[in-house]
Write a protein that binds this ligand. Structure first.
Ligand SMILES: *Cc1c(COP(=O)(O)O)cnc(C)c1O
Length: 433
């Protein structure tokens, strides 16, 4: 057995800094705009709701930003550095000459990459004297990560969960409550916006946009409460770059160069965290050849492949600043696909720039192909991907089959953003289990 099947790093090899792509972008980052004045938003405006250190990082032009030691300890506690694994049985099943590697972000306590930023935000919040963090969650991946992180650092959490998910997907709600978070179905009775909507329609099933508005309202009305976001913004993507830097070290250990990098995209945080360290090297002229870098979205919510690149609101209730990004329009209501984490109308502004410049190639996959790919992955590799992750799995399989057709020994690496053990109902419905 000479293949490197599971490439691990020692805890001492955990990266000491995050990588910030802003100073390496070819075009200037389009500022967030105040929708009323059309002027760029000032940091002070953002500090009304966001953690101060996150606001500072949001616009930082420092290329590498220190990860505080205490936070590195939390990362280690949560299973970092995570393994890079070779999908050797899948390769054999496909009879492909390609090598397929996947980065195991599913092994964290809540089962996805989202803890990488949740714990960072919770850590800074405590330092700044914040007492409570509030946020929205759809299917509950983000809410679980924030609930876990706030519990570990000793903060309170107030979470607005889209009402339909609250009723239909109870397990992550239980997870959040187990960690001690206060969880409300959104629209809720505890904000004026929620009460107004419920007065109009007591059966309102909610949306992510409504839940964001309620969380923002809660943060605006209490100095000790700050709002925490799980994707899209620069500081969130920054925290995720721990992932790609580990992958870099792991590939070096086995003397491999990636030919293709693949990640799924909802708001863009796991994709960015995984790929930006490599993209940064390319932008700084430090790579001889740029790997193909593929961002995968669902066909049912195709912001990068069919959206427009323009300023738009980040939420349906039009409360956020305007963000320049690929968008389907803030009013877009995606059909109820099972990859809840990929049902966002826009995508991260830095990722949007990289797509526009042709550095990142967007691709859309339908739900059926994603779940079939996930099923094959489970049967060959033994792990059950999150429905979101399945989109990256499906494209990794496509690439491996393409390599077989061309007789190429490509190195395909993808981000395995999370496990699907709490999403089995979706599998049942699509695959007819
Ligand atoms: C939330 C989530 C995503 C999508 O969010 P990004 O910010 O685009 O990464 C992808 N995979 C999993 C497992 C998730 O929980």
């Amino acid at each position: 057995m000479d293949e490197a099947i599971r490439i691990c790093l020692d805890t001492g090899e955990l990266p000491e800094k995050w990588y910030n792509i802003l100073p390496d972008l070819r075009e200037e980052f389009p500022p967030y705009l105040n929708p009323k004045t059309g002027e760029p938003v000032k940091p002070e405006d953002l500090e009304a709701v966001f953690i101060k250190e996150c606001v500072r990082q949001e616009a930082s032009m420092e290329r590498f930003i220190d990860i505080p030691n205490e936070l590195r300890e939390y990362y280690i506690m949560m299973g970092r550095p995570s393994p890079l694994q070779r999908a050797i049985k899948l390769e054999r099943y496909l009879r492909t000459p390609a090598k397929i590697y996947y980065k195991r972000e599913d092994l964290s306590p809540t089962g996805s990459h989202k803890l990488n930023t949740a714990i960072a935000q919770a850590y800074y919040a405590v330092k700044e004297g914040v007492e409570r963090l509030t946020t929205e969650t759809g299917a509950g991946q983000w809410g679980s990560a924030l609930a876990c992180s706030t519990a570990l650092v000793g903060l309170k959490a107030l979470i607005f969960m889209v009402r339909i998910s609250y009723m239909q997907k109870p397990y992550r709600k239980h997870v959040m409550k187990l960690y001690g978070a206060e969880v409300h179905p959104s629209p809720s009775e505890i904000t004026s916006f929620g009460r107004k909507l419920l007065a109009e329609d007591p059966n309102n099933t909610g949306s992510l946009g409504i839940a964001i508005s309620e969380a923002l309202e809660a943060a605006l009305h209490d100095d000790k409460t700050k709002y925490s976001l799980g994707s899209v913004l620069n500081h969130v993507l920054l925290h995720q770059t721990i992932v790609g830097q580990e992958v870099d070290l792991q590939l070096k250990k086995i003397d491999e160069e990636p030919d293709v990098l693949i990640g799924c995209v909802g708001g863009g945080s796991n994709f960015a965290g995984f790929s930006y360290p490599t993209i940064g090297k390319y932008l700084r002229g430090k790579l001889e050849e740029k790997p193909e870098i593929i961002a995968v979205e669902p066909k049912a919510c195709p912001s990068m492949t069919e959206g427009e690149y323009r300023y738009d609101f980040g939420d349906a209730a039009q409360t956020t600043p305007l963000i320049k990004m690929y968008t389907l329009g803030y009013g877009f209501i995606p059909p109820p696909i099972h990859a809840g984490g990929l049902r966002y109308h826009g995508c991260a502004p830095t990722l949007s720039l990289l797509v526009k410049e042709g550095i990142v190639k967007p691709m859309a996959v339908d739900q059926e192909e994603a779940f079939r790919g996930a099923q094959l992955f489970a049967r060959t590799e033994g792990v059950i991907p999150a429905p979101e992750t399945s989109h990256a799995v499906a494209v990794a399989i496509r690439e491996a089959l393409k390599a077989k057709e061309m007789g190429e020994e490509k190195v395909v690496v993808f981000n395995y953003s999370g496990h699907g053990l709490l999403d089995l109902e979706g599998y049942k419905q699509v695959l007819g289990l």
